[in-house]
Design a protein around this ligand. Structure first.
Ligand code: AMP
Length: 436
């Protein structure tokens, strides 16, 4: 039996792989204009990093993590010995915890220094039930801005996110930007407690999961997809009424920066991001139509306690993550295509198998001159070589035949106009380049 790919994973073939390269490149370009440097962190880390950094009570850590064990630890597990913390690893479910770990490990935010602005793009892993727009291996593009607590930093990050989507071609009117403040460790505990009380008071109207959430992560009840729970939560206490003065004025400053930049947003007091580490500003971008329940294409927020929680010195931070696959679905929903056309430049065909060495040499010369060029390795007929060239959409075909070679020449054909002429072998790279 042929082994197949794991459910919830995807192979990116040709244009799909090109689309990922295009979108991630575009992200680095856009974010680069705002001072962001690329960062690549390992695909797996000690599981403890995510437990501490994301929070045990979150679905991501509690239910969706892929555990990784080296074969030795795996064998010992079979013998009943649990792996020690250092050897218990997990595939990364998101990027923030790893980037923050790297920032602490390499002291990227020295005291009094400028903020570290870091951008990443890569695969993430969550053992969720696969469905449209929900994969077990998916891609995220994100940024983290570490070391700035000013509201202008929040506004800059949000503006940059919206610019990125627009540059990719997602029409502004097809997106909804939601913003909220989740308060901080001065005002949130009391708010959390009031939501918990509210859920317990309405326990008989809510699903079992929400009743369970009341004690471990009551704010997650806002995300429940159950219609009855949603209705009940509409009457729940609102964070906007519970913010302390500092959080309120921080939030007001963020929104006035957004107003000044002409960014359209909706204030949504029910927006609470699922991960435990968020403080103050949170935001999410949703697609208005055509994507069903998986309509969040990206989101993020501020996490001023995370660095400290992970053993670094107290350092404010904020960032966002863009769901790549869902962004592609959003583009498809509005019928926008990425500009991926990359026709092969030139095909070099052999009129007879015996000229294969000359074809091989011409191909190398073309590639060395920077031309995308390909040829045949299987001694196909000239007809089938030219058919293949046409199918691959090449602009130019070079036909190498024994008769022309006697005069040191080959035939160069413009596949678009079908005009052709003889060209001296040494001049082929220059002539083809000029034709592309
Ligand atoms: P989160 O890290 O949960 O805030 O997710 C950030 C973005 O990643 C979401 O808005 C989604 O677009 C995307 N995302 C999260 N989980 C998945 C998944 N399992 N499959 C595909 N995209 C996902």
């Amino acid at each position: 039996m042929v082994v197949q790919k794991v459910k919830g994973t995807e192979d990116l073939l040709a244009d799909d792989a090109r689309a990922w390269q295009y979108v991630s490149q575009k992200a680095y370009e856009t974010f680069g204009r705002y001072g962001y440097e690329p960062i690549e962190t390992p695909l797996f880390e000690q599981i403890d990093l995510f437990v501490r950094g994301i929070g045990e009570s979150t679905d991501v850590v509690g239910k969706e993590m892929f555990h990784v064990l080296a074969s030795d630890a795996y064998r010992r597990l079979g013998e009943g010995a649990a792996p020690d913390a250092r050897h218990h690893l997990a595939l990364r479910p998101e990027g923030t915890a790893s980037v923050v770990r790297a920032a602490i490990e390499h002291n990227l935010v020295p005291t009094g220094g400028a903020p570290a602005k870091l951008a990443y793009a890569g695969p993430m892993f969550r053992a969720e039930r696969p469905q449209k727009g929900r994969l077990r291996e998916f891609h995220q593009i994100g940024v983290e801005c570490l070391g700035a607590d000013e509201p202008s930093a929040d506004a800059e990050v949000i503006i940059m996110l919206m610019r990125f989507y627009e540059e990719l071609g997602v029409p502004r009117e097809s997106m909804r930007l939601l913003v909220n403040s989740m308060g901080d460790d001065r005002c949130r505990p009391a708010y959390r407690a009031s939501v918990r009380r509210y859920i317990l008071d309405h326990a008989d109207e809510m699903c079992e999961e929400c009743r369970h959430r009341a004690d471990i992560n009551p704010l997650r009840a806002y995300d429940c997809k159950n219609e009855r729970c949603r209705k009940v939560m509409e009457g729940a206490p609102r964070i906007s009424d519970a913010l302390c003065d500092d959080c309120r004025s921080h939030y007001r400053a963020v929104t006035s920066y957004l107003d000044a930049a002409g960014i359209v947003y909706e204030e949504d007091p029910r927006l609470v991001r699922g991960l435990d580490y968020y403080t103050r500003t949170v935001f999410e971008v949703q697609v208005v139509d055509g994507m069903g329940s998986q309509n969040a294409i990206g989101g993020g927020g501020r996490y001023d306690k995370l660095m400290e929680l992970m053993g670094g010195s107290p350092t404010p931070g904020l960032g966002f993550a863009i769901g790549y696959e869902r962004t592609l679905l959003a583009l498809a929903a509005v019928d926008v295509k990425l500009p991926l056309e990359r026709p092969l430049g030139c095909y070099v065909a052999a009129a007879e198998p015996e000229v294969a060495p000359q074809v091989f040499a011409i191909l190398q010369a073309l590639r060395d001159a920077g031309v995308d060029a390909d040829g045949d390795h299987q001694a196909r007929s000239l007809k089938s070589q030219l058919k293949l060239a046409g199918k691959r959409g090449v602009a130019v075909a070079v036909v190498v035949g024994p008769d022309e070679l006697v005069a040191g020449q080959v035939v160069v054909r413009d596949m678009r106009t079908h005009e052709q002429r003889n060209v001296v072998v040494a001049q082929v790279p220059e002539v083809v380049r000029a034709m592309l």
